[in-house]
Design a protein around this ligand. Structure first.
Ligand SMILES: CC(C)(COP(=O)(O)OP(=O)(O)OC[C@H]1O[C@@H](n2cnc3c(N)ncnc32)[C@H](O)[C@@H]1OP(=O)(O)O)[C@@H](O)C(=O)NCCC(=O)NCCS
Length: 178
């Protein structure tokens, strides 16, 4: 899908393909240390990307700059919840589902932060998730309390805070019904 952002740049939104592996690894290496600290849902090597691609419960999505094909945004969803987040999420009295919940982690290349790209990528992924019968989206490992940009981004996109937890600093769990 082609989309024009407010800055008049045309981007492509689509599912990640196995052929994108090298481009995705290059995208990861190009992120600043600050962004890498905020976004670490999985390791960015060939083996991990291929095994996630083969697992029907995971789906990656990319945003590409139309004229260079460079990846400028990447998000991943897992159908259901993460096993290691389960007890923490259940402590909020959530009734978790491996069919109607999904777990979500977004990222945008540093030069594109605040451009509206995160929002169009999010909407694209959520439309796909709805088609899979997903009704609720949970943040992958929460969001760091110091990550103001992401927290504002999530709130603007309809997420609410469930509670907070300590893991390498303070974090919020956030959720949204879709
Ligand atoms: C979080 C992230 C995906 C959002 O994508 P984005 O393209 O920057 O977001 P958008 O441009 O769509 O911005 C949406 C909202 O985010 C907030 N936002 C954007 N830039 C901001 C800034 N510099 N400071 C504070 N809030 C900001 C605003 O509420 C903005 O709304 P606006 O359009 O009215 O300005 C992106 O910033 C990112 O990759 N951050 C690093 C990785 C990360 O933190 N991932 C999430 C881990 S939990």
């Amino acid at each position: 899908m082609f989309i024009s952002l407010q800055n008049n740049q045309t981007i492509i939104l689509r599912k990640l393909d196995l052929q994108d592996t090298e481009l995705l690894i290059a995208y990861w290496h190009g992120l600043s240390d600050e962004t890498k600290k905020r976004f670490a849902p999985h390791v960015f090597d060939n083996q991990t990307i291929i095994s996630l691609h083969k697992d029907v419960n995971y789906q990656g999505y990319i945003a590409q700059e139309a004229h260079t094909s460079a990846i400028i945004g990447y998000a991943i969803i897992k159908i259901g919840y993460l096993e290691h987040d389960k007890s923490r999420l259940e402590a909020y009295y959530l009734s978790l589902s491996n069919t109607t919940d999904c777990t979500f982690a977004p990222s945008v290349a540093d030069a594109w932060h605040g451009s509206g790209l995160g929002t169009v990528l999010f909407n694209f992924v959520m439309n796909e998730a709805k088609d899979k019968g997903i009704k609720r989206v949970i943040l992958w490992g929460g969001v760091q309390k110091s990550n103001m940009r992401a927290i504002r981004f999530y709130q603007k996109n309809g997420f609410r805070i469930l509670g907070q937890f300590l893991y390498q600093g303070e974090n919020y769990d956030m959720i949204k019904e879709i």
